[in-house]
Design a protein around this ligand. Structure first.
Ligand SMILES: [Zn+2]
Length: 368
């Protein structure tokens, strides 16, 4: 690797004084290649910080044009960019930020192009907002052995995790199959606080930089959930599933389904958010989808027990009521339960991130 130039030494001075980075780390960043998928709310801060930090090659994949309604959060683009392709707008913004980095424009990735794109980069940062991209990227990253830095935002909450590292889970370990088409709310209908993707996209950039530098503890085997209203972070543990169709002990490519274009479902509720809703005017009904034995050992106050394997048969009991929150022990079974209930047409269903364990960990204040 060639020495840093005089202007690089000046530009990256605050990196160079960090003993953990130094000139060697800066050279690693310069040799690093990060693919940012989506030049939107998450991709904007992620790509801007990666460029500013001196990541040598940044790929930007997006097929859309800049719209006026994007500007509330997509800080790569300005008023003058409305109508322009997002990748062209992003490229100009990143090169204005740091002319030393190379920016490659890629169109919308699909099943035919994703593998080649992922292989040409060291780390993939997912700033997309739909299931199609999420499953395509996850599977391509697993196959190519690339870390997949996941991020998602909804209303006032966001999530970050790193998938696909050795020993850690992939996205399909959590959600083996996409939900049936048509059940998820339109992305356009769900709002998001403008700054929220700024927080989550910046965390994704931090994870990508750590991976390139080989520093710290990556966010693997756990998911960070940020709640802007409560101003708090929750962390939930995630485990690799040996039966996962993508990264399991016996991967089954034929079992990998990539959904048609569909928006992501709302992320699980944090304990803070559930607490707030329970204290509100129309609190949701709580359903414990664990086994009766687990329920008997302790449960959320006022919750009723309907084990996951009975849920389908007992749908009618739930149809009449209003908003529902399902929970389990750690959040895995309840995610399946929520998908099942939404696919059965129940309008307002949420699941609790981290389940009963997270509720207990939040302490006595969590009891309404
Ligand atoms: Zn997996």
């Amino acid at each position: 690797m060639s020495e840093l130039s005089r202007s690089e030494r000046a530009r990256y001075a605050r990196h160079l004084v960090l003993p953990e980075v130094g000139p060697e780390g800066q050279q690693r960043l310069r040799a690093g290649r990060v693919l940012v998928v989506g030049a939107g709310g998450l991709g904007s801060p992620a790509a801007l910080y990666l460029a500013a930090a001196g990541v040598g090659r940044i790929g930007i994949a997006d097929g859309d044009q800049v719209e006026l309604s994007n500007l509330q959060r997509q800080i790569l683009h300005t008023d003058a960019d409305v109508g322009r392709s997002k990748t062209a707008s992003a490229r100009a913004a990143l090169q204005a930020r740091n002319p030393l980095v190379e920016v490659e424009e890629l169109g919308r990735l699909d099943a035919a192009t994703v593998a080649d794109a992922v292989e040409r980069f060291d780390v993939v940062v997912d700033g997309s907002d739909n299931f199609t991209a999420r499953y395509l990227l996850n599977d391509a990253c697993v196959r190519a052995g690339r870390p997949y830095v996941f991020g998602a935002v909804h209303r006032f909450q966001g999530q970050v995790a790193v998938f696909g590292l050795a020993g850690g889970p992939c996205y399909r370990c959590l959600h083996p199959e996409p939900p049936p088409p048509g059940l998820v709310a339109s992305c356009a209908e769900a709002g998001v606080l403008g700054v929220l993707p700024g927080v989550i996209g910046s965390l994704q950039a931090a994870e990508a930089l750590k991976l390139l530098l080989g520093l710290g503890e990556p966010l693997s085997g756990r998911m960070l959930i940020f709640d802007a209203l409560a101003a708090g972070f929750d962390e939930i543990a995630l485990a690799r599933d040996p039966r996962c169709p993508a990264c399991g002990d016996a991967p089954r490519p034929e079992a990998r389904v990539v959904p048609l274009e569909a928006c992501a479902p709302p992320p699980p509720l944090s304990v803070h958010e559930l607490r707030r809703r329970l204290a509100g005017d129309s609190p949701p009904a709580l359903v414990d989808v664990r086994t009766p034995g687990e329920h008997a050992l302790g449960h959320l106050p006022g919750s009723r027990s309907i084990p996951l394997d009975e849920l389908e048969a007992r749908l009618e009991e739930l149809r009449a009521g209003g908003a529902l929150v399902v929970y389990c022990q750690s959040g895995v079974r309840s995610a399946r339960a929520a998908a099942l209930l939404r696919s059965a047409g129940l309008a307002s269903v949420s699941d609790l991130a981290g389940g009963y364990l997270a509720w207990q960990a939040a302490g006595p204040a969590a009891t309404p």
